[in-house]
Design a protein around this ligand. Structure first.
Ligand code: OKP
Ligand code: ZN
Length: 320
């Protein structure tokens, strides 16, 4: 269950999503285990220790159900070591919509391993590879979870690509929601471009990030590009924003592309408000593929579960 508009409702980010996509894909491989080190390039040790133990600490405190916070250090976030589960849930999260269940760490860990496997395939010569991550990753930062996200799979892929010899990595985020965690992780970096096309945060989650005036800082000044779009956006306006984003990737001189793909831009999605159709995903992906860059794609959102597999397949067809 998740806290949604003031009530507990069934969790939108559920395992049926993955089952529907798996049934629609032709060739699927389980990832091998690359261990924790590539995850530590993105996430801090205190956060990783918290994630691995949060649910058992929740249970040990006598709670039932899934763990989530209720008090947040909005002012003066300091690395206090309070050793209280409720304090740590606030310390390491930015919202109350991402409950930690008994299996959360394992799912997040293996999602990150899938992103690493896809990155390895691309570094090994494949033109493109897709990682079917669940839970998604683009909302969580180096030391906080949120927005159904616990490990930032696309950031882990980008860092693995750099460790593997890539020099300028572009991340293109085409989920309906702004990828605030990914943006935060690379905000001051000049070697990683972050481009995001998403619903205007003036109307949509995550509200506080994803505005057009967020352009990066320090060495990363200019290496963040947000292209917010109004609710109701359909293919023509979407393609115009995409062309702007793709031009930024070209101008950056990227030698690697990482795509955060969310199918929650679909017209039938129950929690979002864009108007893309299944058939639209192929030309969108084809335009991205025309960059000609080695490309890792990770699964982000998409909650119209019955159409998720065909929407993912339509997107991947653009790379075929
Ligand atoms: C994750 B991804 C408030 C619920 C908040 C969080 C949405 C997370 C989306 N009513 N929902 O970007 O698809
Ligand atoms: Zn989303």
């Amino acid at each position: 269950m998740e806290l949604h508009n003031g009530a507990y409702v069934p969790y939108a980010e559920h395992r049926g999503r993955m089952e529907n996509v798996l049934a629609a894909l032709e060739r699927v491989e389980a990832p091998r285990d690359c261990g924790i080190e590539p995850i530590r390039r993105v996430h801090g040790d205190a956060y990783l220790a918290f994630l691995q133990t949060a649910h058992e600490r929740w249970v040990a405190a006598g709670r039932s159900g899934d763990a989530h916070g209720y008090a947040w250090p909005v002012v003066g976030r300091r690395p206090l070591k309070l050793n209280r589960i409720d304090a740590d849930l606030g310390q390491f999260s930015f919202d109350a919509s991402s409950p930690i269940a008994a299996g959360t760490w394992d799912s997040a860990y293996w999602g990150a391993q899938a992103a690493l496997a896809a990155t390895g395939a691309v570094l090994g010569g494949d033109q493109a590879a897709f990682a079917l991550c669940r839970p998604p990753g683009h909302h969580c930062g180096a030391d906080y979870l949120g927005g159904y996200c616990f490990l930032n799979n696309i950031a882990i892929a980008a860092e693995a690509a750099i460790a593997g010899g890539k020099r300028r990595v572009a991340i293109l985020d085409v989920d309906y929601h702004h990828g605030n965690g990914t943006q935060d992780i690379f905000y001051d970096r000049s070697d990683v471009l972050f481009v995001s096309i998403h619903a205007d945060p003036a109307t949509d989650y995550p509200f506080f990030w994803g505005h057009a005036d967020e352009r990066g800082e320090g060495a990363g000044q200019g290496a963040t590009l947000n292209l917010p779009l109004p609710r109701g956006t359909a293919l023509p306006e979407y393609r115009a924003a995409l062309d702007t984003g793709l031009q930024a990737v070209r101008d950056f001189g990227a030698d690697m592309l990482c795509v955060s793909f969310g199918a929650d831009t679909f017209s039938g999605d129950p929690i979002t408000q864009f108007d893309l159709q299944t058939a639209d995903y192929t030309p969108i992906a084809r335009a991205i593929a025309e960059l000609g860059l080695p490309t890792v794609i990770t699964m982000e959102g998409g909650y119209a579960v019955d159409a998720l597999g065909i929407n993912v397949a339509a997107f991947l067809a653009g790379f075929g």
